[in-house]
Design a protein around this ligand. Structure first.
Ligand SMILES: *[C@@H]1O[C@H](CO)[C@@H](O)[C@H](O)[C@H]1NC(C)=O
Ligand SMILES: *[C@@H]1O[C@H](CO)[C@@H](O)[C@H](O)[C@H]1NC(C)=O
Ligand SMILES: *[C@@H]1O[C@H](CO)[C@@H](O)[C@H](O)[C@H]1NC(C)=O
Ligand SMILES: *[C@@H]1O[C@H](CO)[C@@H](O)[C@H](O)[C@H]1NC(C)=O
Ligand SMILES: *[C@@H]1O[C@H](CO)[C@@H](O)[C@H](O)[C@H]1NC(C)=O
Ligand SMILES: *[C@@H]1O[C@H](CO)[C@@H](O)[C@H](O)[C@H]1NC(C)=O
Ligand SMILES: *[C@@H]1O[C@H](CO)[C@@H](O)[C@H](O)[C@H]1NC(C)=O
Ligand SMILES: *[C@@H]1O[C@H](CO)[C@@H](O)[C@H](O)[C@H]1NC(C)=O
Length: 759
């Protein structure tokens, strides 16, 4: 069975999702994306859209074109029966017919944390309205949010070709000089799930979920002072590129984003002339032929930087998604901010926890405290996870209840405890959840603790029949050290498609991020939560991706001529990998130093990224050579790159020669020597750079030829780096290092990841 799900990369998804359509199976229609060899169009058709309709007519009486794609692919989407689908596949000119699938969303102190305040004083122009347009493919937008205020903005950029579409509770008046475009793409979703009920969902660019408003305002929201969530994270909220324009493409419905809608959104965004595309969503990682990868290829050719979330499947190795080398793939780190709420026990011991609960908390006294597993009802399983019906009201009324994480959502557990008369809740991580509790806007006084602390509290509860406790909420704590640390959920490398391309590319803040939100959604996304907020705190690589999208927009506004690859190179080679004390950034899931498989080139540093010195540029031709190295067929080239392309049979193509700003060295098949070739472009002053290499493995020799490169302004110079392993029977499978060019002031640093594959 193929998964029908594409995900929003946010860790807060209690979205009620049902895509089942009740139809007789023989007539059941599936949506397909149809790739067409445009060069084979008979001359009798004067427009490809007419040809597509005629192809469709020949296989089905009733089928209609859902979308015609012009920029992202050559082709269209349509809903067909199995029989019609079989017929279509064999029509002349048809390259490939792929069933539609769903992507999922990868569900303010950030500016100071990133040094953006410094950035503004260095580049005052960065504060003014710019002509850079950030396209956000997501759940839509809440246009009334102050984050989209356009006060002081200049006229809409002349290159802009987009528009503000009308639909449920949304008109062209909802756009302005900040939010310059808003469109919606419901056809793929509706073909799968049936028509959108406009009494409960907006069939328009309006955001009913909050995710899209959050990501768009994180990337390019205006400055809004004195905001917070229930008094937490108080301060000024602002996007990364406060002067950039926002164009919203609503491609996700109820948190699901169909491939055909996403492709239509990318197709339109290219035509509309956006400069940056931000996608906090993804699906399964299989090849470079999914809608995001293919659409991103076309976007890259139009000079658009595509920034995507890496996924929330960490700390599992090889879980990183959106790994095409023409995509900037963003993992998540923490901020230096926390929301402590500790548990104080009757025995005088305290255990730290985190919470975003607001409201009346406990009086300054201890109250009875019980483990959910000791408060089970007759029908309950007594497993301590606080599922519906598992708690005996008589045993929990007037008490704090300790619930184990698991089975159901964390906020839902609080609702269940509250509904049977519980006073408060302590949520304990299970062994699988580890040591990092999640802060939530609970609807009753509640805090979350680590597995170890949860076990210690249970020990007390089990050995004291009259156990008591209380929860002490401490608000917002700043300057938490160490920070950043790699988030446990952030998806990790190695890259499962091409292990020679290191992914993720870098990390950015993605934990407990405050940004604008939808008034049609509750802060916890739960129906039983009637609260509405202007700003919400969310976590996920969904949140880190728009940070990089916005920073890329800022760089683009200062260096309009930089290609997407140059901007990414600047972000990567200037990213930092250590704290001020020179210790490597930690991975919160192990509390050990993180590696390039977790943070790629490191944590984004916007100020340094403006002056990278040297950059690794890439052109469409370079990516085509990369696809030649992957042995792409003629059909593959037409699908991914929309062109007939023939690899030169006399040329030796190698994935190791893609001019990427990082190195993933794979020793396998008895090959103990691997060469990577690279070309640097000087975007700074003329100067002489020397190379230095570091690695944590003595059995690999790294040699760079030449070791010194002198650059005039704008000059390009190439080098070859050779990695030689003295043993193929390594008792390790992964090691790391770095390669850096420096002129004494600017350091151009690339991470290296070594892997050994015994076969
Ligand atoms: C830029 O905007 C920020 C946020 O409003 C402000 O703190 C800063 O002083 C401004 N800088 C300049 C140079 O105008
Ligand atoms: C549209 O707005 C009206 C009036 O404000 C409101 O009653 C309705 O619920 C809204 N519909 C949606 C889907 O948000
Ligand atoms: C945050 O702001 C709210 C509302 O303005 C205020 O009540 C609260 O005291 C503030 N909290 C902190 C920690 O500053
Ligand atoms: C635990 O917290 C309470 C405040 O609720 C404080 O009075 C007490 O001193 C703390 N105990 C320890 C051991 O830190
Ligand atoms: C509470 O539950 C724990 C673990 O399930 C068990 O060991 C303990 O005996 C129980 N305590 C009481 C008082 O039932
Ligand atoms: C960190 O390393 C740099 C460069 O090697 C050095 O100048 C600096 O003193 C070191 N800082 C600490 C705290 O060790
Ligand atoms: C491509 O084909 C060549 C020659 O058959 C083979 O050596 C190489 O391993 C293939 N590369 C990939 C990525 O499959
Ligand atoms: C490999 O490493 C493991 C753990 O460090 C060790 O137990 C084992 O003996 C080593 N094997 C070899 C062949 O060195």
């Amino acid at each position: 069975m193929k998964s029908l799900i594409l995900i929003l990369f946010v860790i807060l998804s209690v979205l009620d999702v049902s895509l089942a359509r009740t139809e007789k199976s023989e007539n059941k229609k599936t949506t397909y994306i149809v790739h067409v060899a445009i060069s084979t169009m008979p001359t009798s058709f004067n427009h490809h859209s007419i040809w597509y309709k005629s192809i469709l007519k020949s296989v089905s009486e009733s089928a209609e074109v859902l979308y015609t794609y012009d920029k992202a692919i050559n082709g269209f989407s349509t809903s067909l029966t199995l029989e019609e689908h079989e017929l279509l596949k064999s029509q002349p000119g048809i390259l490939k017919v792929t069933p539609d699938e769903m992507y999922k969303l990868h569900t303010t102190r950030t500016p100071e944390f990133l040094g953006l305040d410094k950035f503004a004083s260095l580049f005052p122009a960065a504060n003014k309205s710019s002509d850079v347009i950030v396209g956000v493919l997501d759940t839509g937008v809440w246009p009334e949010s102050k984050s989209f205020d356009d006060t002081g903005f200049g006229p809409i950029p002349r290159i802009w070709k987009g528009k503000c579409e009308t639909g449920t509770n949304f008109t062209t008046f909802n756009c302005n000089k900040k939010l310059i475009g808003a469109r919606f793409f419901p056809k793929g979703f509706e073909a799968a799930a049936g028509p959108i009920d406009e009494t409960i969902q907006s069939r328009s660019p309006r955001d009913d979920i909050g995710h899209g408003t959050h990501t768009a305002s994180t990337a390019a929201g205006s400055v809004v002072e004195n905001v917070g969530l229930f008094g937490y994270a108080n301060g000024t909220a602002r996007g990364m590129a406060i002067g950039a324009r926002v164009a919203v493409y609503k491609v996700c419905w109820k948190g699901l984003c169909s491939n055909s809608d996403v492709l239509a959104g990318i197709d339109q965004a290219i035509a509309d002339n956006v400069n940056i595309l931000s996608l906090s969503l993804g699906g399964l990682t299989r090849d470079y032929k999914d809608s995001i990868a293919i659409g991103a290829f076309a976007a890259m050719e139009h000079g658009i930087l595509v920034s995507c979330s890496a996924g929330n499947s960490g700390p599992t190795p090889s879980s990183v998604t959106n790994v095409a080398p023409w995509i900037t793939t963003v993992g998540a780190g923490t901020l230096d901010r926390d929301f402590p709420a500790f548990v104080s026990l009757g025995n005088g011991k305290n255990y730290s926890g985190v919470s975003l609960y607001n409201g009346n908390s406990f009086p300054d006294t201890l109250v009875p405290f019980i483990y959910a597993g000791n408060a089970s009802s007759h029908q309950g399983k007594g497993d301590g996870t606080c599922v519906l019906g598992s708690l005996d009201p008589k045993k929990v009324v007037g008490k704090i209840v300790l619930c184990d994480r698991g089975n159901i959502d964390r906020v839902e557990k609080g609702n269940i405890v509250k509904s049977v008369g519980g006073l408060g809740m302590v949520l304990a991580n299970t062994e699988k959840d580890g040591e990092i509790p999640r802060a939530e806007a609970h609807i009753l006084p509640a805090t979350a603790v680590s597995f170890t602390d949860g076990e210690a509290i249970k020990n007390y509860l089990f050995s004291n029949p009259k156990s008591t406790g209380t929860i002490v909420f401490q608000g917002t704590k700043l300057k938490v050290e160490p920070s950043p640390v790699v988030a446990d959920f952030s998806s990790r490398g190695p890259n499962s498609i091409t292990p020679q391309i290191l992914k993720p590319d870098l990390i950015a803040p993605g934990v407990n991020i405050l940004a604008a939100y939808s008034k049609n959604a509750s802060p916890t996304s739960w129906y039983f939560d009637s609260r509405r907020v202007d700003f919400n705190i969310l976590l996920g690589t969904s949140m880190s991706c728009p940070h990089v999208s916005g920073i890329a927009a800022l760089i683009k506004s200062i260096h309009p001529d930089w290609s997407p690859a140059v901007i990414r190179s600047a972000l990567m080679t200037t990213a930092y990998t250590t704290y001020k004390n020179n210790h490597t950034l930690l991975d919160i899931s192990t509390n050990k130093p993180a590696t390039p498989f977790e943070f790629g080139a490191g944590h984004v540093d916007p100020v340094s990224a403006l002056n990278p010195g040297l950059v690794y540029d890439l052109t469409t031709e370079d990516y085509l050579s990369f696809l030649c190295a992957l042995n792409y067929s003629h059909v593959d080239f037409e699908i991914v790159a929309r062109r007939k392309y023939t690899c030169d049979p006399n040329k030796q193509y190698s994935v190791t020669n893609l001019n990427y700003p990082s190195f993933a060295v794979v020793f396998k098949g008895g090959n103990n020597e691997i060469k990577h070739s690279r070309t640097l472009t000087n975007v700074g002053a003329a100067g002489t750079y020397k190379v230095s290499v570091k690695s944590d493995v003595s059995s690999v020799k790294i040699s760079v030829e030449p070791e010194v490169l002198s650059f005039k302004e704008n000059e390009k110079k190439s080098y070859i780096v050779t990695f030689t392993t003295s043993t193929l029977k390594q008792n390790i499978t992964q090691r790391f290092g770095s390669l850096a060019w420096s002129d004494g002031r600017t350091v151009v640093r690339s991470p290296i990841a070594f892997s050994w594959k015994l076969q």
